[in-house]
Design a protein around this ligand. Structure first.
Ligand SMILES: C[S@@+](CC[C@H](N)C(=O)[O-])C[C@H]1O[C@@H](n2cnc3c(N)ncnc32)[C@H](O)[C@@H]1O
Length: 252
């Protein structure tokens, strides 16, 4: 399903000053569609994760289904992954910084008659949610663009709002085996370690070695699974072979 861009200023909200630059670049990206196109088709890694999660829960309770689950989608974009869980009965919440992305996401949900809560919020700020209230948190290539200080808040908040047996699914850019990441860091360095400012998108992105990834998440979470995945990303019409970490994380 494709969409035309909603009007300027739709769903405007307020986000902290530290995030306004990120808001501008992501907003520009959703309008120019250099990398992202509006879609409600879920990410393949999310579909695979959902199958794993359902199997895990059914080992405990054969009657388990997603209508018992609350999911929080961080950097929900046009809502494709929150939509997938909501279609299966889950209560879904999406936090997103771009008005245009939010507008697409709300429109996909309302066309399908789904009630999904999309809020304009930075995922590098405190989450407006009670402690231990979420079963599944999705971070599908979203927290890569946080600063290190925002990441500390994101880590504490994901840990706080996750239920004791909850799962955080993280897909994040890898530095390892990724020649583009190394070249981007060398040519367009960003403010924090292992970051670059993408020359086509203007987005600041952080990449992780296996060591830095496990160190970043290891204080708050234990690793159920961690794999490195190769994937072709298309930016401004050009294809790049990129490497990603995909982690299934349990709350410590
Ligand atoms: C690569 S896209 C992935 C979108 C979505 N997770 C998906 O799988 O389709 C990264 C998303 O994170 C959002 N984002 C970036 N920084 C953010 C922040 N500080 N707070 C909330 N959303 C943010 C961007 O606007 C964008 O929608």
């Amino acid at each position: 399903m494709d969409r035309t861009a909603p009007s300027e200023g739709a769903n405007a909200g307020s986000i902290p000053a530290e995030s306004t630059m990120q808001e501008k670049v992501w907003e520009r990206e959703y309008r120019s569609k250099k990398m992202l196109s509006p879609s409600n088709v879920p990410h393949a890694d999310v579909v695979r994760f959902a199958k794993w999660y359902k199997k895990r829960e059914r080992q405990i309770d054969r009657e388990f289904d997603f209508d018992r689950v609350t999911i929080l989608d961080l950097g929900s974009g046009t809502g494709r992954n929150a939509f997938y869980f909501a279609e299966r009965g889950a209560k879904a919440i999406g936090y997103e910084i771009s008005d245009t992305a939010l507008s697409y996401a709300r429109s996909f949900a309302s066309d399908a008659g789904l009630s999904i809560t999309y809020e304009k919020r930075s995922i590098g700020e405190q989450f407006a949610l009670p402690d231990a209230s979420i079963d599944i948190i999705l971070d599908i290539t979203s927290s890569n663009s946080l600063s290190d200080s925002e990441r500390a808040v994101y880590l504490a908040e994901t840990h706080r709002v996750l239920k004791p047996n909850g799962i955080l699914l993280v897909r994040a850019l890898s530095k390892e085996a990724d020649k583009h990441a190394k070249e981007l860091i060398a040519r367009f360095p960003g403010p924090d370690e292992d970051t670059y400012i993408h020359p086509d998108l203007g987005v600041t992105e952080k990449v992780f070695t296996k060591e830095s990834f496990t160190k970043t998440y290891g204080d708050h979470f234990s690793f159920i699974d961690l794999e490195r995945i190769e994937h072709y990303a298309t930016v401004a019409g050009r294809k790049y072979k990129r490497q990603y970490w995909l982690a299934y994380l349990a709350k410590n």
